[in-house]
Write a protein that binds this ligand. Structure first.
Ligand code: PLP
Length: 425
């Protein structure tokens, strides 16, 4: 089925006389008729739910929907995108190991990888697109466990070059993990471009209404964990689970099964059934919404580009002049580039703040990617403590504005921008 159909139909198939809409199984626990049946579940011999920290029927339906949308063999929902990123790495990396990360990842992910995971003895090694293949390959060693990138990076809007980086990762025998949050599976299916694991902050376009925080990990089922002996946690007995060997017992779903049965059990970064229900409502309209976001954003980017009097530069992969444009056409379906547009105001931080204060339809929020148009200036908010000089060193222009284009009428959005720019003259 096409993705628009999967958004609506996948994951939940009611039987005769059952609720047409995905029910909310608001229960932490599940009843069994015999001790033996429950014991089989604990031995991972039969499928079923035992405790909502590990799995839940409502959550499971949404996981199935996202797995189908991405074209993977299984998915696990988490309590947030941060939890998804963390578990996706920690599932195959331990103290003493390292991994490769792109330097343009979302700030929260960068902090998690470079600061917090460092305290666990796991080292993230930063690479970027400007480096040669030789330079990037020289960052790998025999303790390197994975390569991590973002399809459309937040907020630089750089498009990940799958054809270049997937073969590099695979030549070193490690999987490619991709954060597909901004693109969503409607605009890009990373597994079709060589990725092995996909993660999401479902808080963004998947929910799309700014109502629930959540995350998702999807297993492509294609990576051979047994090759090269690099992943003993998947290929050797797990003493915390009766000596199960995940690759033997679960085949191409080894990675996602271990993430749930071992890490979700131990870490408890569990999504609530109500959250999954609300996420499912968002997913039903994802195909419609992400197209509208993308079309609106393209028009907004074109308008901003025409305002060279007040705007220094506009960054949007859909613009033909963008250095990301070629990759956008190659990897993003229909060249649709999602809803976030970044630009820099002439006049720096003060001009950016004046512009934001002068908007009326677009609201100032610490969020992107929902139905309502919103705006953020890192220099005056999330990066407020930094001087202009420090900001530039961190690659952020003080006049930089991250504009998340909603699904309102685009004429109204542009009129709002136009009115605000007039006040910045
Ligand atoms: N990945 C990306 C690309 C994001 O934009 C975010 C949040 O903004 C995250 C991960 C973290 O997700 P969450 O806020 O759901 O924990």
């Amino acid at each position: 089925m096409e993705r628009a159909t999967l958004c609506v139909q996948a994951g939940y198939k009611p039987g005769n006389g059952e609720a047409r809409v995905l029910p909310i199984y608001q229960s932490t626990t599940y009843k069994y008729n015999s001790a033996a049946e429950l014991a089989a579940l604990f031995d991972l011999e039969s499928p079923g739910h035992m405790y909502t920290r590990i799995s839940n029927p409502t959550v499971e339906c949404v996981e199935k929907k996202v797995a189908e949308l991405e074209g993977g063999v299984g998915a696990m929902m988490t309590s947030s995108g941060q939890a998804a990123s963390f578990i996706s790495v920690f599932n195959i990396a331990s103290a003493g190991d390292n991994f490769i990360m792109m330097g343009n990842l979302y700030g929260g992910t960068t902090n998690l990888f470079l600061v917090t995971m460092k305290r666990m003895g796991i080292e993230a090694r930063v690479v970027d697109e400007s480096m040669s293949d030789e330079e990037i390959l020289s960052r790998f060693d025999d303790r390197t466990r994975l390569f991590f990138g973002e399809t459309i990076a937040n907020p630089s809007l750089t498009v990940f070059d799958f054809d270049r980086f997937a073969p590099l990762a695979h030549s070193k025998g490690v999987p490619l993990i991709i954060d597909n949050t901004f693109a969503t599976p409607i605009l890009c299916r990373p597994f079709e471009h060589g990725a092995d694991i996909v993660v999401h902050s479902s808080t963004k376009y998947m929910d799309g209404h700014a109502v629930v925080v959540g995350g998702m990990i999807v297993d492509g089922g294609t990576f051979d964990w047994t090759k090269g002996g690099k992943y003993p946690e998947l290929t050797e007995p797990d003493e915390s689970y009766h000596g199960v060997v995940y690759t033997k017992a679960f085949g191409n779903a080894a990675y996602i099964t271990k993430a749930r049965t071992q890490l979700m059990r131990d870490l408890g970064a569990t999504p609530q059934p109500m959250t999954a229900f609300l996420l499912n409502l968002g997913l039903e309209t994802l195909d419609l919404r992400i197209r509208r976001h993308s079309e609106n954003a393209m028009k907004v980017a074109e308008y901003l580009e025409s305002r060279k009097d007040l705007i220094e530069s506009v960054s949007y992969p859909g613009l033909p002049g963008s250095p990301e444009h070629e990759k956008a056409l190659k990897y993003l379906d229909g060249g649709l580039c999602s809803g976030v547009v970044s630009f820099s105001m002439k006049g720096g931080r003060d001009a950016a703040m004046k512009f934001m204060d002068s908007l009326s339809l677009a609201s100032i929020v610490v969020h992107v990617a929902d139905a309502r148009t919103s705006v953020l200036n890192p220099a005056s908010t999330t990066h407020r403590q930094l001087s202009d000089e420090m900001l530039r060193e961190a690659g952020i222009d003080p006049g930089f504005v991250r504009f998340s284009v909603g699904i309102e009428d685009v004429g109204d959005i542009i009129e709002d921008i136009q009115g605000a720019l007039e006040k910045c003259r």
